[in-house]
Write a protein that binds this ligand. Structure first.
Ligand code: NAP
Length: 458
């Protein structure tokens, strides 16, 4: 894509368009960011911590405006948008409070001399981000790298350019130096050229497998370090002893939070046979009570998807799944609107030959699998190209931890669904990508672990 436009998915009205930068604008941006990197090399992480707290406050003070533009551009329900702004402020506070300590030199035990490694900035990082959490995806990269001392160039998704601009503005107004985060609207070709520039030292992408493969290829060709946070087909495993209330609560949002457009949304609901009918019943209840409407209206519980393009892609996937034998257990009634609404649907009987078996459905589609027992549940969970998140629902937490350890995935939530916080590492394995964001692990993504050893002189 990379044709930057703000289109309200509730009305399909285009309300803003943005041009690609000129070559000299790109050169100026890289120069500015690179100059800041060199300046920051003479300053400490502690000196930036207070500014990052101010950035957190800036987001809290501008919560209404930030939340509104996100909702207008990609249809997220306004209260979820506000929650996202608060989460991002808390991530900034987290790195302001803990980041400098994480960057202290690490002593190394060695018989060869006094050894330690420094944790140093490496330079300007190119961040390519998706639309589904317009602020959170950016802050996951910006906040830790701000403390490290790596300035960020941002290429946001083509459909959230206004959110990108406001994010950069709030960061600047809060007191971050010019160049800390520079928002650009590059074409794919321009992005390739930026990545190839010797002043760019890393590439962080969150997005699809397709976009990730393309950008990772370019990063690899130019020997740039990269992190890839890609799609998922998360298993939500329901065991025999699942607490009915916990199960009901988890199911109520498992496939509808952010209208199901979450990388770690529970896309494969895997249920032992003793609980299968109950799960279908609870999911149907959760879907049928949704109220479709304007995402700016706080009484709405079913917003449009982010775009008609995504809606149409999802509809096509569902049609293909049904053609290949999937059964429709429930489908939400017709929605009389020109918006990008998708009617939530529950599918069953997806077998291994169905294309849906190993695809990501990025919207409110629940695919429910019945299995004999726990072993079959684990085997099915692992029979996937993806390995991002997962859930295990069981009253026996110790046992659920044992099950979690057997799942090939980057994250498991026991008795719950999607969760994120500054201190919790986020990321996956297999085609869900590599590297981690957030926590101390995410902090180290673009750090130079610089060994220093002083040898005995006698
Ligand atoms: P996407 O198409 O891959 O886009 C992500 C970003 O990459 C956008 O800025 C996009 O720009 C850019 N991009 C895509 N293809 C590119 C190419 N060939 N060259 C250069 N840049 C390219 O992803 P999406 O469909 O918008 O986002 C949804 C996906 O993100 C889902 O698969 C979801 O699971 C995943 N996701 C993963 C995580 C995680 O943490 N693992 C979190 C959230 C979402 P344009 O918009 O201009 O195309």
């Amino acid at each position: 894509m990379a044709k930057y436009q703000s289109v309200n998915p509730y009305t399909n009205e285009t309300f803003a368009s943005y041009d690609n930068p000129t070559a000299s604008q790109i050169e100026d941006a890289i120069n500015l960011a690179d100059a800041l990197y060199h300046k920051w090399r003479h300053e400490t992480p502690e000196s930036r911590a207070e500014i990052l707290h101010q950035v957190a406050d800036g987001f809290r003070q501008n919560e209404e405006e930030m939340a509104k533009i996100m909702t207008l551009e990609m249809g997220k329900m306004i209260n979820e948008s506000k929650g996202e702004v608060e989460l991002c402020a808390s991530i900034c506070d987290y790195y302001a409070d803990h980041g400098p300590q994480m960057l202290k030199p690490q002593p190394i035990e060695s018989n060869l001399g006094n050894a330690y490694y420094l944790k140093q900035a490496t330079g300007v990082i190119m961040a390519c981000e998706p639309w589904n959490f317009p602020l959170y995806q950016v802050i996951r990269v910006f906040a830790p790298n701000f403390i490290v001392g790596n300035p960020i160039l941002l290429k946001h998704a083509h459909n959230v350019p206004g959110s990108a601009a406001l994010t950069a503005k709030i960061i600047k107004q809060a007191g971050a130096p010019e160049g800390s985060l520079i928002n650009l609207y590059p074409s794919y070709d321009q992005l390739d050229q930026i990545i190839a520039d010797p002043r760019i030292q890393g590439v962080a992408l969150t997005g699809s497998e397709r976009g990730g493969a393309s950008v990772a290829e370019n990063a690899g060709k130019n020997l740039k370090k990269s992190t890839m946070e890609l799609g998922g087909n998360d298993a939500f495993i329901v065991l025999d002893d699942a607490d009915p209330l916990v199960l009901k609560k988890a199911l109520s949002s498992a496939r509808t939070y952010n209208d199901g457009q979450v990388c770690t949304s529970s896309k494969r609901i895997i249920v032992v046979k003793s609980r299968y009918d109950e799960v279908l019943h609870e999911l149907k209840n959760a879907f049928s009570v949704l109220k479709a409407g304007d995402p700016l209206d706080t009484s709405t519980t079913l917003p449009p998807m982010n775009s008609t393009r995504s809606r149409d892609k999802l509809s096509k996937q569902v049609d293909e799944a049904i053609d290949a034998g999937a059964k429709v257990f429930y489908e939400y009634p017709e929605i009389n609107s020109d918006g990008a609404f998708f009617r939530p649907i529950i599918l069953t009987d997806v077998d291994k030959n169905n294309p849906a078996y190993d695809q990501e459905f990025f919207g409110p589609v629940a695919i429910v699998y019945e299995v004999e027992d726990e072993d079959e549940a684990i085997a099915l969970a692992n029979d996937s190209s993806y390995g991002l998140g997962s859930s295990v629902i069981s009253a026996d937490v110790k046992h659920a931890q044992e099950v979690a350890a057997q799942i090939e995935t980057g994250m498991t939530v026991i008795n719950g669904t999607w969760i994120s916080s500054g201190e919790l590492p986020f990321g996956g394995i297999k085609k869900s990508g590599y590297g981690r964001e957030l926590s101390d692990l995410g902090m180290m993504a673009f750090v130079n672990e610089h060994l220093v050893i002083d040898m005995p002189t006698e």
